[in-house]
Design a protein around this ligand. Structure first.
Ligand code: HEM
Length: 396
């Protein structure tokens, strides 16, 4: 319904502008010529017009003497049907009539965004600039980054394989994650997977799914995924905040972190560098991926869902939010591909810890020796680390 309104109002606006009855803010008939350079002349080859941006303008209006200064009436006499002056007004951000309520539809009377000139670039329409940035930069470079990361993880698994335990499991189980911690983590992880899969298909699906599925099936799929994305977003936002609050204390910088980073964790060279409950690698993912990127992704996502009260939600705001959301999400997906790899097939026994809450003492000694020492010395209170000397997990 909203779309029908937009189309109808856009059409009405076109008619109003075409008849020269632009709103009170419209400049005098001669103004656009001075403010906006002439529209590029149509190329002789009609096929070329298809891919040309009609709102792109030449910086030097003198290349088409006189045309730019023509009013609709004058132009109609020399070139009937050519309403370039009207489009110049539209492109300058002139507002017209719209029946949409102003508080619900910001910029309702503006048919297209005004021209903008970014430093070092040509004068262009802001919507077109956004489209080009998405299609020429984010899609190819972002897609390549995801594929490179996927390939690198595959290569790593193939050549190096999973990080295995060198000693036999003792059977003594140590509580690593409470039920609450696991519930927060999995709620967040499931929401993340829904968001990542739906987001990646919406952005890149037309390259690998559309040719296989066809237009209608792909249309339905992306429609469903878009709705799944919109609902999983707020679940992710809330659970991420809980994850941040739950794990922040054990992710604060500690003494051995620098040496862990300098030695690359020591994981490739056999002996792992001793670490507390979480190692420096996990802390980097926590602060860079969960905290920083997580908050950026959530903030920009909430803008696109129009869930932040008091914001204008103009076209420019949505375009900026979309660009920020796409870039931060691609980085987050790449970071979490590594996290998911290490949390599943990449480290023997890690997934078990997050699934059941318990890890074997041998696992704790191999990966988080300082944490194990704290547990054994009683430095960590029992509700956060119950050891079962009998070999049976202890419920707390
Ligand atoms: C399918 C997806 C995921 C899997 C399989 C997975 C797996 C794991 C595993 C096994 C651990 C325990 C590591 C250890 O014992 O040291 C862990 C910890 C953790 N995960 Fe995930 N995870 C997933 C997604 C996520 C997501 C989406 C987030 C947040 C955006 C996240 C945030 C965390 C945090 C904060 C920790 C605690 C360690 C730390 O703070 O560095 N995980 N995950």
């Amino acid at each position: 319904m909203k779309n029908v309104f937009s189309i109808v109002s856009a059409f009405a606006l076109t008619l109003v502008l075409a008849s020269g009855q632009v709103g009170a803010q419209s400049p005098p008939a001669s103004a656009p010529a001075a403010a906006i350079p002439a529209v590029q002349a149509a190329p002789a080859d009609a096929r070329a017009v298809k891919s040309q941006n009609i709102f792109e303008v030449k910086p030097d209006a003198s290349q088409e003497p006189g045309y730019a200064a023509q009013t609709n009436g004058e132009r109609a006499k020399v070139q009937p049907g050519n309403n370039a002056p009207m489009w110049r007004q539209v492109g300058s951000g002139v507002t017209g009539y719209s029946s949409l309520p102003k508080d619900q539809a910001p910029e309702a009377g503006v048919l297209i965004q005004p021209f903008v000139q970014y430093p070092g670039s040509r004068l262009t329409n802001a919507g077109e600039a956004w489209r080009q940035t998405r299609n020429q930069w984010i899609i190819p470079y972002g897609g390549s980054l995801v594929l490179i990361a996927l390939g690198a993880l595959g290569l790593f698994y193939w050549r190096v394989g999973p990080i295995k335990l060198h000693e036999k499991p003792t059977g003594r189980m140590i509580m690593r994650f409470t039920l609450f911690e696991r519930a927060a983590h999995w709620a967040n992880a499931i929401a993340f997977c829904i968001l990542a899969i739906s987001g990646l298909i919406m952005a890149f699906g037309k390259f690998f799914l559309l040719p296989v599925m066809g237009l209608s099936l792909f249309g339905w799929l992306t429609y469903l995924l878009k709705n799944a994305h919109n609902f999983a977003g707020p679940v992710f936002a809330v659970s991420l905040l809980i994850v941040i609050i739950t794990f922040v204390r054990d992710n604060l910088p500690a003494k051995g972190d620098l040496s862990w980073v300098l030695k690359g964790g020591g994981m490739l060279g056999g002996e792992e560098v001793k670490s507390g409950r979480f190692n420096a690698g996990e802390k980097i993912v926590f602060w860079g991926g969960v905290f920083l990127l997580g908050l950026i992704v959530i903030g920009s996502g909430l803008v696109m869902d129009k869930l932040i009260p008091g914001l204008g939600y103009e076209r420019g705001t949505m375009q900026l939010a979309h660009l920020v959301h796409s870039v931060s999400n691609i980085l987050m997906v790449v970071m979490f591909m590594a996290h998911i790899y290490l949390g599943t097939v990449g480290t023997e026994g890690a997934y078990q810890g997050m699934k059941t809450g318990y890890v074997d003492e041998t696992w704790a000694k191999a990966h988080h020796a300082l944490w194990l020492e704290d547990v054994k010395s009683g430095k960590i209170p029992p509700q956060r680390s119950a050891t079962a000397v009998s070999g049976q997990p202890v419920q707390v």
